[in-house]
Write a protein that binds this ligand. Structure first.
Ligand code: OAD
Length: 470
């Protein structure tokens, strides 16, 4: 007999116990009844406990199953993403091949260098074939089409060209927007023309006070002015290893503040943030000393700092005035960068100041360009000017507020988290959609054949800064 059989009471034994209980006196009977009912309730409790434990086990199994389902879904979506990228790269290869074959079949090898089909066309004066143009954005010059390619790792050397429009939402006015731009606000200084406020000759020889006064208002205060979505977007590109360079005309330092590294940045028009220099003899001046003087002014309320070296000129922050050379970094890098980029994004600039305004025209013809601006600028494709002739094959034109567009673009790219923009549709995105409806008309079909001449005219061989007349 094994121990479990011995320990378990037989039904017969149980009856016997019950019979014995009935023979006991009344007082004892109560006692037995009580004992009996307490053991009944503890059996009930254990039954309930067992049920609860069983329930918990089922719930925990369900949780484990859900976890495994979620894990499966994540793996499936990752594998789908990989498959999609592979599909895109395979598609590119097939397309390249097909283009080469078709070109051969058409016997165009002599007219068009066949090598460029595979290796990538790098500009030049000759016309591109329809097939070459098709390769750039697949005849779909929309933001979605560009985002799809960017997600598919097609662009890894992105150049950003930016201007004052990118800082408007930070509270810093641009220059040329009528009414709100800085040049609309300097009329009070009786300048011969608005840009004279940043003109070296005017500053040195005619009147330095307008600049000194405006400098006091413009000094970037990191407490007051924060990077906008456009600035943050550049930082995200940098963090993902996709940024070749960011060229900015802005002097507010918001690119630096957003974390764009020095090596990735060319401040083409200088910045308020470095050491100052004499406008006349270039003698250096400590930035804090200059800032202090410009912000406070002297006892007469005048805020200029005279140069003690030449005793003629006045100190100015290291921003590039009209008539001054651009920083070395600009001349050292811009040609290779523009020719080497695989995507160029132009944001918030009127492209009216040379030589910066020429950069977008240096992008190779087989490289897509994106314009994020309130208005059409430079030689970006313009339906009106194409007059039913050429086709737009590479300019993605997004007219509207740059933060709205960057938000929408970032969502298409899956950059929301890095950029801190939510998944829900914001009011600004809605505006973008409305604008996109308009700009779809612009970005879809025709190519502009315009103003290379205008850009060339504005290009000065000495690299000095000039303004292009409207
Ligand atoms: P501009 O004022 O010339 O051009 C700003 C462009 O941004 C215009 O095309 C506007 O329509 C557009 N814009 C304004 N707000 C916008 C927004 N929220 N979203 C999208 N686009 C917007 O400024 P820049 O082109 O930067 O020199 O000017 C170039 C240079 O001219 C500046 O660097 C400055 C000035 O002389 C100095 O450094 C002092």
């Amino acid at each position: 007999m094994n121990s479990s059989l011995v320990d378990a009471p037989s039904p017969k034994a149980s009856v016997e116990v019950q019979d014995k209980k009935q023979d006991k006196p009344k007082s004892g009977q109560d006692k037995v009844d009580n004992t009996f009912s307490s053991s009944d309730s503890s059996a009930e409790t254990s039954r309930k406990l067992a049920e609860t434990i069983a329930g918990l086990r089922i719930t925990s199994e369900k949780i484990a199953k859900t976890q495994s389902n979620v894990q499966d879904a994540i793996s499936a979506s990752q594998s789908l993403e990989k498959k999609w990228q592979k599909f895109q790269s395979d598609f590119d290869k097939i397309l390249n091949n097909a283009i080469g074959q078709i070109a051969k079949g058409l016997g165009v090898n002599s007219a068009v260098d066949e090598a460029k089909f595979g290796a990538g066309y790098k500009g030049g004066g000759e016309e591109m074939t329809t097939l070459e143009k098709f390769k750039v954005l697949g005849n779909d010059c929309s933001m979605k089409s560009l985002a799809r390619r960017l997600r598919g790792n097609k662009y890894k050397n992105i150049v950003i060209l930016m201007g004052a429009g990118c800082s408007v939402s930070a509270g810093i006015p641009d220059f040329r927007t009528k009414g709100t731009g800085l040049y609309s606000q300097v009329k009070k200084y009786n300048l011969p023309y608005a840009e004279a406020i940043f003109d070296l000759h005017y500053f040195n020889e005619v009147d330095k006070t307008p600049f000194h006064k405006i400098a006091k208002e413009m000094y970037p205060d990191p407490e007051k002015f924060k990077p906008t979505l456009a600035h943050k977007f550049i930082k995200v590109l940098q963090d993902k290893g996709l940024l070749l360079r960011c060229y900015t005309q802005n002097i507010d330092g918001l690119e630096r503040l957003s974390g764009v590294e020095e090596d990735k940045l060319v401040e083409a028009h200088g910045s308020f943030l470095g050491d100052g220099l004499c406008g006349y003899c270039n003698a250096p001046c400590d930035k804090d000393v200059l800032k202090d003087v410009l912000m406070k002014g002297d006892e007469n309320g005048y805020c200029g700092l005279k140069c003690t070296e030449c005793d003629k000129g006045y100190m100015k922050p290291p921003i590039v005035f009209f008539g001054e050379n651009l920083p070395k970094r600009f001349s050292e890098n811009h040609k290779a960068d523009m020719e080497g980029c695989d995507l160029c994004i132009v944001m918030g600039t009127s492209l009216k100041v040379a030589p910066f305004s020429n950069l977008a025209s240096l992008v190779p013809k087989d490289v897509p360009r994106m314009l994020v601006n309130k208005e059409l600028v430079g030689d970006f494709w313009d339906e009106k000017e194409s007059e039913g002739g050429d086709t737009n094959y590479r300019d993605v034109v997004e007219l509207g507020d740059c933060d709205d567009t960057i938000e929408a673009f970032s969502k298409l790219l899956g950059f929301q988290n890095e950029l801190g923009v939510g998944g829900k549709e914001s009011s600004t995105t809605k505006t973008t959609k409305e604008k996109n409806l308009k700009s779809e008309k612009v970005s879809g079909k025709k190519m502009k054949v315009k103003s290379v001449a205008k850009a060339l005219l504005a290009r000065k061989p000495n690299g000095r800064r000039v303004s292009i007349a409207n």
